[in-house]
Ligand binder design. Structure first.
Ligand code: SAH
Ligand code: SF4
Length: 377
């Protein structure tokens, strides 16, 4: 039988369950404090809850935490975390410092890139995540759990010589979240939204909606749904082609939701409260890096007032696509700018040795590198 994890519940839902168990309302606040401030991983650690209540909670809910399998990268730069979930599935999260340490001290402001599915069903031709197909959706607690787990690991390592162990334990590490890891977030819509509510809530992790960016390959109906949500998350569209012709070659999803539908949905999103949209555009040699793509791309970007992030392709083992020469990327960027589009180009020397799943790093790193455009409230 599927047992719900307590970290998949909103405060209202938890209060409801506790009331049904004959418990006073303040027990919900205490429990939430243990989960999201103290970030404990066992029922026994919740020492101000009566033992009997802890037993009841344990009967009703699971309390899972992703298990760290591997960690790569250094404390002052991008770090990749590989997690094992309760069913043995493996997922990744990538942590990027917001501002590099200037004088050797560690940065304590970070963007975290999180996964929403195990594998991906969308099969974009250039992407490592879709290579082995789709396995399952992540539950809300498994999405939220990536942020909690990273904070657990990192908070304790930042030593400022003053704070005590419990203060360190409660310190917030992640102030921006980008949903750009493995999976198509909008194909797991309800669980994603539940997780984002928990990440955003003051009783949860308290991360502002405008500091949360959801990336999609272009699921038009779900973009419309997201537009109707009261929480104003940021939206990134993985465009990668500015004509249906080019996009069809790269992303099967474009046959279902061609550019005309996608742009109409984006327009609806932008018009609800003036929300900003970003286009992600991977530059792939001989596929979409031709200067002839600049004009249609600029037209789409201007129509939506969207900023464009250009990302030189990160080679994936077993796939034939290549990164264009640096000069080609620069030419593409300048041509876009000439058309009046705000654009950035991720300049990274060579390919990242650590990034078995390089897309995570590149994409998330690009957002972190543009805090003024992406991260302001
Ligand atoms: N499924 C969602 C979110 C996860 S993919 C989406 O497609 O938007 C995150 C981003 O990484 C997407 O923009 C994707 O196009 C990009 N990406 C995938 N493989 C890549 C690679 N090899 N190099 C650079 N970016 C890549
Ligand atoms: Fe899935 Fe996104 Fe990769 Fe496409 S780019 S296969 S939608 S994870």
């Amino acid at each position: 039988m599927f047992v719900k994890d307590i970290q998949s519940l909103t405060r209202g839902e938890l209060e409801g369950r506790l009331t049904a168990l004959g418990q006073p309302a303040y027990r919900a606040a205490q429990t939430l404090d243990w989960l999201y401030v103290r970030r404990v991983t066992t029922w026994d650690a919740m020492t101000n809850l009566p033992r009997a209540l802890r037993g009841l909670l344990q009967e009703q809910f699971s309390l899972h935490a992703p298990e760290l399998v591997r960690r790569r990268g250094s404390r002052d730069s991008t770090q990749k975390f590989l997690w094992r979930l309760a069913d043995q599935s493996l997922i990744e999260s990538v942590l990027i410092p917001a501002n590099r340490a200037l004088y050797g001290e560690a940065s304590d402001r970070h963007t975290l890139c999180i996964s929403t599915q195990v594998g991906c069903a969308y099969g974009c031709r250039f992407c490592a995540s879709g290579l082995e197909g789709w396995k399952r959706n992540l539950e809300p607690d498994e999405i939220v759990g990536q942020v909690l787990a990273v904070e657990r690991v990192v908070a304790n390592e930042i030593s400022d010589g003053e704070s005590g162990a419990s203060e360190r334990q409660a310190r917030r590490i992640v102030d921006n979240v980008v949903v750009m890891g493995m999976g198509e977030p909008l194909a797991n819509y309800d669980r994603l939204l539940q997780a984002l509510k928990i990440l955003n809530a003051p009783w949860g992790l308290g991360i502002g909606a405008r500091k949360i960016t959801v990336s999609t390959s272009g699921l038009a109906p779900q973009i419309r749904r997201l537009a109707a949500e009261p929480l104003q998350f940021r939206l990134a569209i993985s465009l990668h082609g500015a004509t249906d012709d080019v996009r069809n070659r790269l992303m099967p999803v474009n046959r279902k939701y061609p550019l005309r539908d996608l742009m109409a949905a984006c327009e609806e999103y932008r018009n609800k409260g003036g929300r900003r949209i970003t286009f992600e555009y991977i530059l792939i040699e001989g596929v979409n890096d031709d200067i002839s793509q600049v004009r249609p791309l600029a037209t789409l970007a201007r129509r939506l007032g969207a900023k464009v992030n250009l990302i030189p392709y990160n080679t994936v083992e077993g796939l034939r696509w290549k990164r264009p020469a640096e000069s080609v990327c620069e030419t593409f960027l300048h041509a876009l700018e000439k058309h009046g589009v705000v654009a950035t180009l991720r300049r990274e020397k060579g390919h990242d040795i650590d990034a078995a799943c390089g897309q995570l790093r590149l994409k998330a790193g690009n957002l972190a590198a543009a805090p003024a455009a992406q991260n302001n409230a």
